[in-house]
Design a protein around this ligand. Structure first.
Ligand SMILES: [Zn+2]
Ligand SMILES: [Zn+2]
Length: 305
């Protein structure tokens, strides 16, 4: 099975603390690295967890608050210093386009690589990236500025072929095996149709990961994220600060858990913690009461999907 893992580089919120770094994560799909958000010092965290620069081709920025994007220009500048040659694609809300182009133009002079900036428009489920195996779609979040979540989802897999059936019917042609894996029936040289169900078992369900920060609970996204394997959700505050969460357009841990129930997530990871908490135990306690399979994000945490 192809590796599909998420590594947390930072899960704090806007006010700096020595306890957490600002928001950033790496989604590794089969060795292709996708960065989600790029707070200050992200490039140091990227080095600390020993990711390879050349494998990083796509950076997704959720919104224009500094705790999600102030590390981007520094990271690009360092890539240039180290002689990067591979293209890099940046996906960011449309309102960031001009400022990012100006900053990159000023601070990253004559990079030896192409930087492509893709503005994200305000549409639910728009595909930002896809290849043969995985796709990344954006979904709108409810925050104080235009803000997007990102869904990483494998494409539907092929059916598993039953070795004993293949041997029984003497199927050896590569083309026949490929079409059977895609779900087609097999026709023997004598013209007998062998139903696909007799030759295969169902494919492994596609795996998925959703990043949903910063945001108030947004029920409109539940259908798109239905059944997601791992959901990372804004859990800036505990219930005692619920009115502050609403005023700042963030979520409480309990609201994150309620959203996980709504979209039938298999696992919830809380993050984007307010600097006011010395530990996140209370956030976890409040979420687990609603959605038991909840974990706390932490720097260096690596989840295999
Ligand atoms: Zn934030
Ligand atoms: Zn924000």
């Amino acid at each position: 099975m192809i590796d599909f893992r998420v590594t947390i580089l930072g899960c704090g919120s806007a006010k700096p603390t020595l306890r957490h770094f600002g928001s950033s994560q790496i989604v590794d799909y089969g060795g292709r690295l996708f960065m989600v958000d790029c707070a200050e010092a992200t490039q140091l965290q990227f080095m600390r967890y020993r990711f390879r620069d050349s494998h990083l081709g796509h950076i997704f920025i959720s919104h224009s608050h500094g705790d999600h994007c102030l590390g981007l220009v520094g990271l690009l500048s360092s890539q240039s210093l180290w002689g990067r040659r591979d293209d890099i694609n940046i996906y960011a809300p449309f309102e960031l386009k001009d400022i990012l182009m100006a900053e990159i133009g000023f601070f990253v002079k004559n990079p030896g690589f192409n930087i492509y900036l893709h503005p994200i428009e305000n549409t639910l489920g728009s595909t930002l990236y896809e290849d043969e195996e995985v796709e990344v779609t954006a979904f709108p979040l409810l925050h104080r500025v235009p803000c997007f979540g990102f869904l990483f989802r494998e494409k539907p897999r092929e059916r598993h072929i039953k070795r004993e059936s293949i041997e029984r019917y003497g199927i050896s042609s590569v083309d026949d095996i490929k079409s059977i894996k895609r779900g087609l029936d097999y026709i023997t040289p004598d013209g007998i149709v062998i139903p696909n169900q007799e030759l295969t078992t169902p494919p492994t369900p596609p795996r998925s990961y959703a990043y949903s920060s910063d945001t108030m609970p947004n029920a409109a996204n539940a259908e798109l994220l239905d059944g997601v394997d791992l959901l990372y959700h804004d859990a800036t505050y505990a219930e005692a600060e619920a009115s502050l969460a609403e005023a700042m357009c963030h979520s409480t841990a309990r609201q994150a858990a309620e959203f996980a129930v709504m979209c039938k997530a298999k696992q919830l990871m809380l993050g984007h913690y307010s600097s006011r908490y010395k530990t996140e135990d209370r956030l976890l306690e409040e979420a687990v009461k609603v959605f038991p399979n909840t974990i706390l994000a932490n720097e260096g945490l690596r989840i295999e999907l």
